[in-house]
Design a protein around this ligand. Structure first.
Ligand SMILES: CC(C)(COP(=O)(O)OP(=O)(O)OC[C@H]1O[C@@H](n2cnc3c(N)ncnc32)[C@H](O[C@H]2O[C@H](COP(=O)(O)OP(=O)(O)OP(=O)(O)O)[C@@H](O)[C@H]2O)[C@@H]1O)[C@@H](O)C(=O)NCCC(=O)NCCS
Ligand SMILES: Nc1ncnc2[nH]cnc12
Length: 286
């Protein structure tokens, strides 16, 4: 007897494409180099408890999660409903990494963007456009309404209390302004000048670092550490960033200094993955 034919609806296929774009975005973020203080295939940056292998295990554990978020987004799920899926994925990530926080921010930010991409597929035309804004418009109020209590003890909660810092929730609720206004223009500028995608990704990472209040930097090194990172990033960009002849060497030198100071812009790394997702999904959807 022949095996029954697998029936895949066009909607299911689109959710799979969204999943693939998100997984590839995470892989491309990991692969691009030099990233100040961050983990790559070259080295583990400022992290002594994680390597590229840890990140690969984490990414594999997240496969399928983004399709689930896309399907829920297409069903007009509330933030509360999306959050249930997100927390399960976060638990899978911690299982796969032995409790290390590789992608907590990406589970949140990229998960919401996958939900928004799923939601946009309902309208078919222009499905790729404006996914960042959709997150803010559809779920922004709910995201900000989730009450935090004195018992919340993530690093983000600590720096929020200590410095009044914003974080992943504020970015998402505002429709990812750092991605739209800084990272995407920086990425496209380098791509248009015929440079390779990895150089464009590194350039975009620096653009995010120059603009973002990154809670990872604040947690590890306080406002001085954050200022140091933002100044290093904006100086690099003002000299031409990855468009300069020796852009790679300069970025590598900044990476080494971040490792020496134990700095790691993990929040910026997540927003780089978000940026790469938006680029990939826009290409698929039009
Ligand atoms: C809603 C939450 C995601 C909020 O969590 P939290 O209250 O902790 O808020 P944030 O500080 O804002 O950070 C969450 C993660 O987002 C990244 N991040 C940091 N700053 C920003 C920023 N300004 N904008 C966007 N994103 C930001 C960051 O992720 C990266 O950091 C990881 C490592 O962080 P950390 O734990 O501090 O470092 P460790 O290695 O553990 O310690 P040290 O080595 O420094 O000693 C990293 O690799 C990146 O992923 C923040 O961690 C959350 O509470 C939540 O509700 N999550 C589950 C629900 C969900 O995901 N739902 C799906 C969508 S509905
Ligand atoms: N490549 C990376 N290195 C360290 N932290 C990260 N968080 C997300 N991506 C990261």
């Amino acid at each position: 007897m022949n095996a029954p034919a697998l029936v895949t609806s066009p909607a299911t296929e689109r959710f799979r494409v969204i999943d693939r774009c998100a997984i590839n975005a995470l892989l491309d973020e990991l692969a691009c180099y030099p990233k100040p203080g961050l983990v790559s295939f070259v080295d583990s940056g400022s992290h002594d408890d994680m390597s590229a292998a840890t990140f690969l295990r984490s990414i594999e554990a997240l496969r399928g999660y983004f399709a689930q978020m896309a399907a829920a987004g297409a069903d007009d799920a509330s933030f509360r409903e999306l959050n249930v899926i997100g927390r399960t994925a976060e638990a899978r990530m911690f299982d796969a990494t032995g409790g290390r926080n590789t992608h907590r921010g990406a589970v949140f930010s990229l998960g919401l963007l996958a939900g928004a991409a799923g939601r946009r597929t309902r309208t078919q035309k222009g499905a790729g456009s404006g996914v960042c804004e959709v997150v803010g418009r559809r779920w922004g109020e709910e995201i900000l309404a989730v009450a935090r209590t004195a018992k919340d003890t993530s690093h983000g909660d600590l720096v929020r209390r200590r410095y009044g810092a914003n974080g992943a929730r504020d970015q998402a609720a505002a429709g990812f302004p750092t991605v739209r206004e800084h990272a995407l223009p920086a990425y496209r500028q380098v791509r248009e000048q015929a440079s390779n995608p990895s150089a464009a990704a590194v350039h975009a990472l620096f653009a995010i670092m120059a603009a973002l209040e990154d809670n990872n930097l604040l947690y590890r090194a306080g406002p001085e550490g954050l200022d140091y990172a933002r100044t290093a990033a904006s100086g690099f960009l003002s000299r031409g960033g990855m468009i300069q002849k020796d852009g790679h060497a300069q970025a590598d030198a900044i990476h080494r200094r971040f490792v020496a100071y134990n700095l790691s812009p993990g929040g910026a790394a997540d927003l780089l993955a978000a940026t790469l997702f938006v680029v990939a999904w826009e290409q698929e959807a039009f």
